[in-house]
Design a protein. Structure first.
Length: 343
C-alpha cells in the first residue's frame, strides 16, 4: 500500500516538474483534442481514412493560422513604416506646440509663486522625467529580450506543429490508453470536466474576440470621425493595451487627450475623452451578457465574478473570476465537489 502511494506521488511530482518545459506539447495535445471532432466528421461524412482526414485538417488549420499572421503583419507593417517616417515630425510638432509653450507659461507664473511651491514642482517634474527614463530603459530591455526569444519561439512553434500532426494521428490510441489507466467512473468524471472546460475555453475566446471586435469598431469609428491619421494602426494598439494586464484604453486615450488639449486642439482632446468613456461604458454594459451567452453562466453570476475578480485581483481578475466560477461549477457537476448546505 505504501509503495503504491509512493509511486503515485513520484509520478504526479514528475508530471508537475515537466509541465513548465512542455508547453508546446501541451498546446499541441489541446489543439488535437479541439480538432478531433472535425477529423471524425471528415471520416464519417467524406469516407476518408484517418491519415487523409488528419492531413486535410492539419493543412487547413496551419494554413489559416499562417495566413492570419501574414495578413496582420503585412497590414500593420505598412502603417508602422509610415508612422515611423512621420514620427520625427510629430515629435518636433509636439515640442514646439506643447513643451515650449508650457515652459514659457511656467517661467511666467513661477515669478509669482513661493519658493517652496516652485521647488516641489521642480522635484515632481524631475521625478516624472526619471520615471519616463526608467520606463524607456525597461522598454528597450524588454524589446531586446523579446528579440532574443524569437529563435526559441520558432523552435517551439516547429515542435508544436510536428507534435500536433502526430497527436492528431494517434489521438484515439492516446484516449484509449488514458481510459485504461482510470476507473470507468473516474474516466467519465474527468471526461465531463474536460468537455465542459473545453467548451468554456472556446466560449471565453469567442467572448474576448467579440469584445475586442466591439472595441476596435468603436475606436476606429471614433478616430475616423475625429480625423486622426493611422486610424487602423491606432485602433489595433488600443485593442492591445486594452487586453494587456493593468493597462487599458485609458492608458492610451487619456494622455493623448491631455497632450492634444495642451497643444490647443481642444476638439481632438474632448473627442478622445468622449471616446474613452464610450468604450468603457459600452464594454461594461455588454460584458456580463457576452460572458453569460458564451460561458454558460447566468448574467448575475457573470457580473458578480467580473466585479469580484476586478476588485480582488485587478485587471487579470476579469479573466480569473469567470474562469474560477466555471471550474467550480464543472467540478461540482462532475461530483468532485459536493455541497449540501441546509439552514
Amino acid at each position: 500500500m505504501i509503495s503504491s502511494w509512493f509511486w503515485r506521488f513520484v509520478f504526479a511530482g514528475g508530471i508537475l516538474f515537466l509541465i513548465p518545459y512542455s508547453w508546446p506539447l501541451l498546446f499541441a495535445l489541446g489543439t488535437a483534442a479541439f480538432l478531433e471532432k472535425l477529423i471524425v466528421f471528415m471520416i464519417r461524412s467524406w469516407r476518408l481514412n484517418r491519415f487523409w482526414a488528419v492531413l486535410l485538417t492539419f493543412v487547413c488549420y496551419i494554413g489559416g493560422l499562417l495566413s492570419a499572421v501574414y495578413f496582420a503583419v503585412s497590414v500593420l507593417a505598412g502603417q508602422v513604416v509610415t508612422f515611423a517616417e512621420k514620427l520625427p515630425r510629430l515629435i518636433k510638432e509636439l515640442y514646439y506646440s506643447a513643451i515650449l509653450p508650457s515652459v514659457g507659461q511656467w517661467d511666467k507664473y513661477s515669478e509669482k509663486l513661493p519658493a517652496n511651491v516652485i521647488s516641489s514642482a521642480e522635484r515632481a517634474v524631475e521625478g516624472g522625467i526619471r520615471s519616463l527614463e526608467a520606463f524607456l530603459q525597461e522598454l528597450m530591455q524588454g524589446t531586446v529580450q523579446l528579440a532574443a526569444l524569437v529563435p526559441g519561439f520558432f523552435i517551439d512553434f516547429l515542435i508544436y506543429v510536428i507534435a500536433l500532426f502526430l497527436f492528431c494521428l494517434e489521438f484515439p490510441i492516446i484516449r484509449k490508453k488514458a481510459k485504461n489507466l482510470l476507473k470507468e467512473t473516474t474516466y467519465q468524471k474527468i471526461s465531463l470536466v474536460c468537455s465542459d472546460l473545453s467548451k468554456a475555453a472556446i466560449g471565453f475566446l469567442k467572448a474576448q474576440v467579440f469584445l475586442s471586435f466591439i472595441t476596435f469598431l468603436l475606436a476606429y469609428t471614433g478616430l475616423w470621425i475625429l480625423g486622426v491619421p493611422f486610424t487602423l494602426l491606432l485602433s489595433i494598439l488600443i485593442i492591445l493595451v486594452d487586453i494587456l494586464p493593468i493597462l487599458g484604453t485609458g492608458s492610451m486615450l487619456v494622455p493623448w487627450a491631455v497632450i492634444a488639449i495642451i497643444q490647443g486642439n481642444g476638439h481632438l482632446g474632448i473627442g478622445l475623452i468622449i471616446l474613452f468613456f464610450s468604450i468603457t461604458v459600452i464594454r461594461r454594459i455588454i460584458e456580463p451578457k457576452v460572458y453569460s451567452a458564451n460561458l454558460g453562466l447566468t448574467p448575475i453570476a457573470s457580473l458578480i465574478s467580473l466585479y469580484l475578480g476586478l476588485k480582488l485581483m485587478g485587471f487579470i481578475g476579469l479573466f480569473i473570476g469567470p474562469a474560477a466560477v466555471i471550474v467550480f461549477e464543472t467540478l461540482k457537476k462532475a461530483g468532485f465537489i459536493k455541497l449540501k448546505i441546509k439552514m
